[in-house]
Design a protein around this ligand. Structure first.
Ligand code: AMP
Length: 421
């Protein structure tokens, strides 16, 4: 017999976990809506050229790319920003600016699976398109910040950087274009050892290399700006921008960030502010969010337009979330009918209770009362009700509290009210 396995890097989710995932998803949606972001949905697969245009041909090795039966080059989406920008360029660009969009969807990457790194995972992201200002950057940062807070994740760290600052240093190094890309990769990976060898190998200026390493090692709050200023030999336009941004963030009540000029985000469509959020309790795969200001529209044939966005790794949010957060919602009442007539009456009651937003279930196996109580206990029902001919005749039931064992007599006509209280 074939041993039917899930594809590598994919997961099945049992009801308890799905319930928790929906709670988190609802929480994220609620915050996004409170910021006046509207939801969009795009296809699960796109033409491969979309992702190649955004990230270069190397992306093909990292994604699920294939030819469909019509010989078209198709890829399962590895992220959603490209699709949202395609949608913007093709259709949404006529809408009043700024556009504030959010999305939630599954993404696929051909990764080496490990905890927090999957081949199918979910992203929840948001973009503001068409507001070329620090105010839009701050609004996006605030959405990410308050989404995390709202989930009760208190040990996260938001690290904010600016590519204008980083790029200035990289330009001054005096290395080749391809080496600059490499340097960014080193910074992104925090590979300080390789950075130190730059003057020998790539002929980078020693002094600039030293200052660059110092810059990306800075670690602190807004006071770090002064230190960066010293390393830059004076005030720089990007630093000034960053300072303004931090002032705006203060008005949003956000002061517990870290400035980190080593946030490089690896990709060249990012233009200014960049940020990441870490959940340190996750170990190696601790980055739960990445984003920044970018310009991508022109890559997909549109007019250049400023955008700022981010994507949460939804699965990592789930991992990071403290487990004691929300108690699993329990079944309110489990009905145990012990005759055919009682079953008919139970169905009416179950339906009425369910229609009033209270959860109710009914024994479908005709179990003996003792066994049925045992089942109600196993599934965590809060109460259980046995109905037989006696209860039908008296139009009264005993509601058993499963935690205490207490029994309360309730008339049929009062039952709904009992659960509504
Ligand atoms: P990126 O689009 O690479 O900036 O990713 C955004 C976020 O998605 C990251 O910060 C991670 O939290 C999450 N993420 C990326 N790749 C994976 C993966 N293979 N499995 C789970 N989460 C991922």
């Amino acid at each position: 017999m074939t041993d039917f396995q899930r594809p590598r890097g994919t997961r099945d989710f049992p009801p308890e976990e799905m319930e928790q995932r929906r709670i988190v998803e609802d929480g994220l949606r609620k915050v996004a809506r409170s910021f006046n972001f509207g939801e969009v949905m795009t296809p699960t697969f796109e033409n491969t050229e979309l992702f190649v245009a955004k990230s270069g041909p190397g992306i093909i090795d990292e994604i699920y790319a294939f030819k469909d039966k019509g010989d078209r080059e198709i890829s399962l989406r590895p992220e959603l920003t490209a699709a949202v920008m395609r949608y913007y360029v093709k259709e949404l660009h006529t809408r009043p600016k700024p556009l504030k969009l959010y999305y939630m969807g599954n993404c696929f990457r051909y990764e080496r699976p490990q905890k927090g790194r999957y081949r199918e995972f979910w992203q929840f992201g948001a973009e503001i398109i068409g507001a070329p200002s620090l105010d839009a950057d701050a609004e996006v940062l605030a959405l990410a910040y308050y989404s995390v807070k709202n989930l009760g994740l208190n040990n996260t760290v938001m690290r904010i950087g600016h590519l204008g600052v980083l790029n200035k240093f990289i330009e001054e190094l005096g290395v080749s274009e391809s080496m600059k890309v490499e340097v960014r990769r080193m910074i992104d990976k925090r590979d300080f050892e390789s950075l130190r060898t730059l003057p020998d190998g790539a002929g980078a200026k020693q002094d600039v290399t030293n200052r660059l390493i110092e810059l990306v090692s800075l670690d602190g709050g807004s006071e770090t700006l002064e230190k960066a200023k010293k390393l830059m030999d004076g005030d720089d336009i990007s630093l000034k921008e960053l300072k303004k941004l931090l002032n705006i963030l203060e008005k949003y009540g956000i002061t517990d960030y870290k400035l980190d000029f080593g946030v490089a985000r690896g990709l060249d469509y990012y233009t200014g502010m960049v940020f990441e959020i870490d959940a340190p309790n996750l170990g190696a795969e601790k980055q739960i969010c990445g984003g920044g200001a970018y310009s991508l529209s022109e890559t997909f044939g549109g007019q250049p337009i400023s955008s700022t966005g981010f994507a949460f790794g939804f699965d990592r949010l789930m991992l990071a979330r403290s487990q004691d957060e929300e108690e699993l919602s329990k079944l309110d009442v489990y009905f145990i009918p012990i005759s055919d007539d009682a079953r008919m009456k139970c169905l009416e009651m179950v339906t009425e209770i369910r229609n009033n937003g209270i959860s109710a279930d009914i024994d479908l196996l005709g179990r003996k009362v003792g066994k049925a109580f045992g089942y109600a206990d196993t599934i965590g029902a809060k109460t259980a009700i046995v109905i037989g001919d006696k209860e039908l005749a008296e139009e009264k039931v005993m509601v058993k509290d499963m935690a205490t064992g207490d029994q309360t007599p309730i008339n049929f006509s009062e039952l709904l009210k009992h659960y509504q209280n």
